[in-house]
Write a protein that binds this ligand. Structure first.
Ligand code: GLU
Length: 316
């Protein structure tokens, strides 16, 4: 893969990306089931790039914390693959694109409680259950993992990643569908912990607040053969595999369209964030809250397509 970083340099290029892509009017939607997300101003836009050589470039609202939502699923999967029980995990969840909505019940019923992949909600609930078998408060374990990978300083918790417990409580109150998925999994024998506990823990993971800069740094191990900002997270093979699942399953039911437009593995969240990796080079996080019909950030996707075209960053 070649990088055609012609002028302007990356810092200036990101500034230009923000000028071009920061929304000027309120297009797109926010999810109806998470009240907190409706309170975020529509014109927020940030972007950050953390490079494998240790540099961080950013522009716009790149230091403003936002709700990471389903981007959390990449990191819980990484944590699950760190343990010695990963073979067991892969007997409980597949690695195929779902071709259905991320919170669909129909497919889970038809496929006897084995979720298609770890990035749809049913699959992420299984990953959370897997983590909770060893660590009941998997959300706090995830928070500690992210804080370490983001390089947030000890003792300055207010500036590091945090769980927005009020946002989590608001989402939990409207989590009938996730509870239904968890009860389906339980009924098929694919959940060991109580369904309510797994959903509560999962919703708290989704309610972690982080900035683009923190997420780009936290995701760097995925672009760097498993080597994180503070030590090895995964083997090169496991890091490659997570990247493959991001490419095929990371963008809800629009993975094909995203691969066409951006050409990079990514994971999206309904908080409007997208984490993307350029293997061997960098991790990128973009955030803009308004979503397209498939649940991906409208301005964020457009910005990544533009950045990929202008840098040559692509796996193709
Ligand atoms: N907490 C959200 C849910 O489970 C996450 C959705 C997402 O970002 O894909 O509905």
């Amino acid at each position: 893969m070649s990088t055609t970083l012609s002028a302007p340099p990356l810092g200036l290029l990101l500034g230009d990306i923000v000028r071009r892509h920061r929304p000027q009017k309120k297009e797109g939607t926010v999810p109806g089931n998470i009240p907190f997300l409706a309170t975020v101003p529509f014109d927020r836009f940030g972007i950050a790039v953390a490079t494998t050589s240790g540099e961080v470039f950013s522009s716009g609202d790149a230091n403003v914390p936002f709700s990471i939502q389903s981007i959390s699923k990449v990191f819980t999967l990484a944590m699950a693959l760190q343990g010695s029980r990963s073979a067991r995990l892969w007997s409980r969840v597949l690695r195929e694109p779902s071709g259905t909505a991320f919170n669909s019940l129909v497919q889970l019923e038809a496929e006897h409680g084995i979720p298609r992949n770890p990035f749809i909600n049913a699959g992420a609930l299984v990953v959370t259950d897997h983590l909770m078998e060893e660590t009941p408060d998997a959300a706090t374990q995830l928070l500690q993992f992210l804080t370490k990978q983001a390089g947030a300083e000890e003792g300055t918790a207010s500036h590091g990643p945090s769980i927005d417990e009020a946002a989590a409580a608001g989402e939990l109150a409207g989590s009938s569908r996730n509870l239904a998925l968890a009860h389906f999994l339980k009924d098929f024998g694919n959940l060991t912990q109580p369904a309510e506990s797994v959903v509560e823990n999962y919703v708290r993971q989704c309610s972690i607040m982080m900035s683009c800069v923190q997420l780009a740094k936290a995701g760097l191990f995925l672009a760097n053969d498993g080597q994180g900002t503070s030590g090895r997270v995964l083997s090169p093979s496991e890091a490659k595999r997570i990247g493959s699942i991001m490419l095929t399953c990371g963008m809800y039911d629009a993975a094909g369209e995203f691969a066409y437009r951006v050409g990079l593995p990514g994971k999206s969240g309904v908080g409007g964030g997208i984490l993307v990796i350029v293997p061997g080079q960098c991790a990128i996080c973009v955030w803009s809250p308004r979503l397209d019909a498939k649940g991906n950030s409208l301005a964020g996707t457009a910005a990544l397509a533009d950045l990929s075209d202008r840098t040559g960053w692509s796996v193709f």
